[in-house]
Design a protein around this ligand. Sequence first.
Ligand SMILES: Cc1cc2nc3c(=O)[nH]c(=O)nc-3n(C[C@H](O)[C@H](O)[C@H](O)COP(=O)(O)O)c2cc1C
Length: 153
Amino acid sequence: MLEVAIVSGSAFGAAEEVARHAEAQLCAAGLEARHLPRTGLDALLALDPQALLVVTSTTGMGEVPDDLQALLDEIDGVQPDWRGRPLAVIGLGDSCYGENFCAAALQAHMQLLALGMRDLLSQLQLDASETVTPAEDAEPWLERLAVQLLALR
Ligand SMILES: Cc1cc2nc3c(=O)[nH]c(=O)nc-3n(C[C@H](O)[C@H](O)[C@H](O)COP(=O)(O)O)c2cc1C
């Protein structure tokens, strides 16, 4: 059983870097957190994560990066019983894409909530038009997430 699994969707590496940073910060807070880049559903289910953190950018015109889309498709097919398990989502995007801003994070978020997962925090959205240091900018939000997760023990 893994306390927190971190999955990422990334076209050019920024979201993966934020996910790695999140892993380090949650572990430093005393949680057992593991970033699983490009994981399949079987590997994820084998770890039986008690909570899920999704970190994804948006690519194309509002699309989920391929690595995460493959996992979301598997989740859609299998419908794992994650009812009640805590969920948190970080979206990386660029507000110059207008209504497609962070569309992938919103789509992943909706899909996982539809499984019955439980939102722990409102989605963090990191806008590439406003910041070039998304990993550092995520720190205060990750600190709140760590507090919430530790309180569940
Ligand atoms: C080809 C391309 C398409 C993009 N499309 C969107 C989009 O539809 N919506 C959005 O919010 N951001 C969009 N972005 C911005 C990226 O999501 C943002 O730069 C992000 O930080 C990239 O993270 P990554 O390196 O993990 O892919 C796009 C960027 C590129 C290069």
